[in-house]
Structures are given as C-alpha cells and as structure tokens.
Design a protein around this ligand. Structure first.
Ligand code: 13P
Length: 250
C-alpha cells in the first residue's frame, strides 16, 4: 500500500505575513499525524520563517527549485545544502514552468535531481506533456523521455525513492483538469515504463497528479489505482481547500 502524498506548490505568491497566516491555519487543521504525507513548498524567501512554524507539526517543508551547483559564484542560486540547512526535506524539480519559462532541459533536471539527493532532499520530479504534444500523439514519447532521462542519470532505485508528479501542461492553472481516466492512463503508463526496469520499485513509487486539482475533484482523482496524491497549485493557497484535499487523500 502506497501512502498518499499531497504537496502544495505556492509558486511565486504571498507576502511574509500571508505565508505565515496560511501555515498557521494549515498546522492547526492538519494536526500532528495526518493520514497522508503533507508537504508545502513556499517561495525560497519564506522558507526560514515557515520552517519555524511547521516544526513538530505533521507538515513537511519543500522548496520549488534548487541549483545544480554546490556553492560559489552563482548569483541568485540556492543550493541543496542551503535548503537542507533551513529545514527542507523535499524539492520540486523539473516543473513545467521551469522547463518552459527558464529553459531547463532534461540534462539540467537530471543534474538537479542528483544534487538534491546528495544533500538528502527527496525530489518531487515533474513530468508532463503540452496540449500540442498530446494532440499530435506525442504524449507517451514526451513523458517516456522525461522519465528515461532520470532513470539513466540516477538509476531506478533513486527515481523510485523520489516522488513523481504528472502535470499535464494544459491543465496547470487553466481550470482544465485532466479527467480521472486521462490522468490514470498516464500514471499507469509511467509506472509500467519504470516496471520494465524494476517491477518492485515501480510498485512502490508514488505518482502525484497536478493541474487544476481542487477541493471538489481531488477525491475522485485520488481514487484512481495509480494516483497516489496531488501536487496542488492555486488550491494550496487557500487553507480550507488545501485541508479538504489532504482529507481526500486520507
Ligand atoms: P494548479 O493547481 O494551479 O493548476 O497548478 C498545478 C501545479 O503546477 C503544481 O505544481
């Protein structure tokens, strides 16, 4: 049985004051031993403050990105050691916004994946196809190549120790959620791709769905056999909605 997993990706939202208020509300509602793993990923600038508030709660801390470098003259970058030092356990890697807006390719995603693991951070590895790729029939090839890149660079054990998030680009922030059947189909494809290398590892890796998941549709999505939780954007910014989604995963 895979334990369900819900992560909130706050993206570039919130002031220090609103971030702290949101975390306080979540800590009060989620309690100290939630029935699913619950992770929040605030912007870098709020990590230190949020870390203090989630300490000893049932909520873990993640970052939205990290450098592929250890230290030194990399202006504006944040290393894995820094994230670990501030209290992060997880880090989102290869989000489609990083891939499409900041030019991150599979090679860089793999370097970041390895760097995260060196520092004891669990990657939340994002994969997903654009609408054009889906409509042209390239969906499986795109997702396979994103998965295969990390399999080749890090190995199947490392990939399956991480968390994978399937986020169809066309569903992110659009209100156009994948249907549970559409999402399940891709989750099963990802798991079978990994199972071809190591069936036992594939059976244990958690695969999250992300893309306009919300308090209303989370339960149906999470009921699918290969959907092990969600990576939540917009709905993670409202305490009540995020708590409902965590409850749907319980
Ligand atoms: P939305 O839930 O806002 O569509 O965002 C999904 C996402 O990109 C999470 O990483």
């Amino acid at each position: 049985m895979r334990r369900k997993f819900v992560a909130g990706n706050w993206k570039m939202n919130g002031s220090l004051e609103s971030a702290n208020a949101l975390v306080k509300a979540l800590v009060a509602s989620v309690g100290s031993s939630p029935a699913a793993d619950v992770v929040i990923c605030p912007p870098f600038i709020h990590l230190h403050s949020v870390a203090g508030l989630v300490k000893d709660s049932g909520i873990s801390l993640g970052a939205q990105n990290l450098s592929d470098q250890e230290a030194g003259a990399y202006t504006g970058e944040v290393s894995g050691a820094m994230l670990k030092d501030v209290g992060c356990e997880y880090v989102i890697i290869g989000h489609s916004e990083r891939r499409s807006l900041y030019g991150e390719d599979d090679a860089l995603v793999c370097k970041k994946f390895l760097h995260a693991r060196v520092h004891g951070l669990t990657p939340i590895l994002c994969v997903g196809e654009s609408l054009e790729e889906r409509e042209s029939g390239a969906m499986e090839a795109v997702i396979a190549s994103q998965i295969d890149a990390v399999l080749a660079a890090a190995g199947v054990e490392a990939l399956c120790d991480s968390v994978i998030a399937y986020e169809p680009v066309w569903a992110i922030g659009t209100g156009m959620t994948a249907t549970p059947e559409q999402a399940q189909e891709v989750h099963a494809f990802i798991r079978s791709r990994i199972a071809a290398v190591d069936a036992a590892a594939a059976a244990k890796v958690r695969i999250l769905y992300g893309g306009s998941a919300n308090a209303d549709n989370a339960a149906t999505l999470f009921a699918q056999p290969d959907i092990d939780g969600g990576l939540i954007g917009g709905a993670a910014l409202k305490a009540e909605d995020f708590v409902t989604i965590c409850e749907a995963a319980a």
